[in-house]
Write a protein that binds this ligand. Structure first.
Ligand code: ADP
Ligand code: ASP
Ligand code: MG
Length: 474
């Protein structure tokens, strides 16, 4: 019987330093005993943030930003390499690869500082450097542990549209490339180590899939190769009932549906990139979230149907980095199509709208967007409604950064009465003021806007109310 095929993705923390990389590589070595394995890696922890911050400094004309970071990255990767594979193995070969990537990086930063210009295309090339540096280190580590491995840049595999910073994969072309490049390696018992986060447009320009996008790379490749499973190795024991950094009592959910996991990811659960499950819906491939620091823990299995936990609510999530935009005033009843114009404007500026709420008297439409999208959305709206603002048909277009969205998620909430009531009574008891509420017609989530300072209290109160915690009587 053919061996099963597993795609294993290791995130930034699982690639944090030599010790973490060794721990992750050991998981692959063990996994490769009874399965064919494709590895997808992220950049070492924090590297992508530093690459982007230095790009902004270079754009401001600081010519030292690039070289300073390159020196630090050279040291960081070479130290890891020395610890992981000593003086033998592929060390010199990998050092050469690292140097070649750093030379390319240097050119990108020099160009940016010189022109004081940072196009989305250049930013993609810069942000991709972390994965391009970490993948050869991981692959050489596997080789040093006795597993044949080859490093593959995802630009050879994942074909995307040309939307820089958040590109969408083209499944057929990606499948063709993956079959051509990865299948022969797998048949030969080689473990490919692929750079996460990165793709290439049809015209050959490097693109990225959006921040945190290595999760998506893993499912894209899983679908392309019709894998049996995708395993996302991270730093927590699976998908928990809430972000453990916010709610101490949060516990692992053994099985959750695609739909619920996607909803959590959309509303800010960082454990999964929001588009991750899109790639595997058609093929129904199970996706596991597991902890590379505790590989003995089974983690969470994400399946098409999930499994009921008996109650209606599965998990909570929250996003702090959001802003509330409100368009309104008593006069807007008389302005035709305010709603239509508002949301065609958000679509034009590609703002990600997370929640919409309209007051019944139609005096006010408010919606939440990711904070990085907020200023340009408001500018575009003021332009769209310039005439109406001048004659006071639209009284205000305002922006509030001091908010957070909290979402209560669970497929079984559909048909279970009283969920919204219990949520809001629990918040009332904690004196949390609710600014806006939205419930999708799917009834898979109730989301509400609170003041940023109340986010943690709102999460804790709801978590307690629905008995989601580790200490809750089950
Ligand atoms: P990686 O580097 O492996 O991609 P991330 O930092 O992107 O890892 O995602 C893992 C983090 O997601 C966890 O450390 C945790 O704080 C956060 N997180 C937020 N919500 C949840 C949740 N519901 N379950 C598990 N982790 C969550
Ligand atoms: N390194 C990329 C980021 O930090 C992609 C990822 O880690 O998933 O966004
Ligand atoms: Mg991540």
């Amino acid at each position: 019987m053919a061996k099963p095929l597993r795609v294993m993705k290791f995130g930034g923390t699982s690639m944090g330093d030599a010790e973490c990389i060794a721990r992750s590589a050991k998981i692959v070595v063990e996994g490769a005993r009874d399965a064919s394995v494709v590895v997808v890696v992220s950049a070492m922890s924090g590297v992508t943030n530093r690459l982007i911050a230095s790009a902004a400094r270079a754009q401001a004309g600081e010519s030292e930003a690039g070289p300073e970071l390159m020196a630090a990255l050279r040291q960081q990767h070479e130290t890891a390499l020395e610890t992981l594979i000593g003086k033998n193995g592929q060390r010199w070969q990998v050092q050469e690869q690292i140097e070649a990537i750093l030379t390319e990086a240097r050119r990108l930063y020099d160009g940016t500082a010189l022109l004081r210009e940072l196009s989305p295309r250049t930013l993609d090339s810069i942000s991709s450097l972390g994965e391009r540096l970490s993948a050869p280190v991981f692959s050489a580590t596997l080789a040093a542990m006795g597993v044949r491995s080859e490093c593959v840049e995802a630009t050879r595999l994942i074909v995307t549209d040309s939307y820089h910073g958040g590109a969408e994969p083209l499944a057929d072309l990606t499948r063709e490339n993956s079959e051509k490049c990865l299948r022969p390696m797998l048949q030969d018992g080689v473990v490919p180590v692929v750079t996460g986060f990165i793709g290439s447009s049809q015209s050959g320009e490097l693109t990225t899939l959006g921040r945190g996008g290595s999760d998506y790379s893993a499912t894209i490749l899983g679908a392309a190769l019709a894998a049996d499973e995708v395993i996302i190795w991270t730093d927590v024991n699976g998908v928990l009932t809430a972000d453990p950094r916010q709610v101490k009592d949060a516990r692992t959910i053994p099985e959750i549906s695609y739909r619920e996991a996607a909803e959590l990811a959309f509303f800010g659960a960082k454990v999964l990139h929001p588009k991750t499950l899109n790639a595997v819906v058609a093929a129904k491939i199970p996706v596991w979230i597991r902890n590379s620091f505790s590989p003995e823990h089974p983690g969470t299995k994400i399946t098409p149907q999930g499994r009921s936990n008996g109650g209606g609510v599965k998990a909570l999530t929250a996003i702090a980095d959001v802003s509330l935009i409100s368009v309104g005033g008593p006069g807007i009843v008389g302005v035709p199509d305010v709603v239509g114009r508002t949301f065609s404007t958000t679509a034009e500026v590609r703002a990600n709208v997370l929640l919409i709420s309209q007051s019944s008297s139609q005096n006010d439409i408010c919606f939440a967007v990711a904070t990085p999208d907020a200023e340009r959305t408001v500018t575009a709206l003021r332009k769209e409604f310039a005439k109406d603002l001048a004659n006071q048909k639209v009284e205000h277009i305002t922006l509030d950064h001091e908010i957070a969205i909290v979402a209560v998620v669970g497929e079984n909430m559909r048909g279970t009465r009283g969920m919204a009531g219990r949520t809001f009574s629990a918040l009332g008891r904690e004196d949390v003021n609710i600014i806006a509420i939205a419930q999708g017609s799917s009834e898979c989530n109730i989301s509400f806007v609170v003041e940023g300072k109340d986010m943690k209290a709102a999460l804790e109160a709801t978590h307690r109310e629905f008995g989601l915690g580790a200490t809750a009587a089950k």
